[in-house]
Design a protein around this ligand. Sequence first.
Ligand SMILES: [Zn+2]
Length: 201
Amino acid sequence: MSLSPSSIHLLGGRLSIDFVNAAPPNAELSWDRLIGFLESTNIVSPERGAQLLILPQSDPQASDALLLKARKLGWMLRKVFASMLRRQKLAWEWIEPINEILRITEGHDELVPQGGDWKIEFIAREGGLDWLLAAVARSGAEIIAEGARARLRLCANPHCGLFFYDNSRTRQRRWCSMAVCGNRSKVAAFARKHTSARSAT
Ligand SMILES: [Zn+2]
């Protein structure tokens, strides 16, 4: 494996948010990263992931088409999430690519065994590759449908840029990760308090 799944931050709390976070705004989603994401979120098994990793060599047309769709989905979801945070109206052209994936990935849910437990897996009717993006598109659609009720947030660290869904009971989560951005901010606040008597957090 050329890519360790640990390099993908799964802290968004919702699949579509993690997907947007996996491709930072200043970098294009690569094939390896897309497959790494699908693997680390258990959309594909490690075996299927390994097969997909070499698809650009065996079927570049198929992999190009999927990568293009994945990038487009990521861009649109990013625009949607950013607009939702600003309470702005969503443009139809951002929604349409999400609908496009929802439309072509007809299928059904099925219980499948996983390490002694059961999980619900989406079984696509079509055999194509588009189904790989179906769960992401559905997750994005759910957040969009929640509208103003969606607890979508942007990490309070201005240098971070990661989105997350606030599942906390108090609904006051401010950081993508307490361990990373939260602690960094605490350290900074601590330093400020010790240099200025009237520091605000
Ligand atoms: Zn952060």
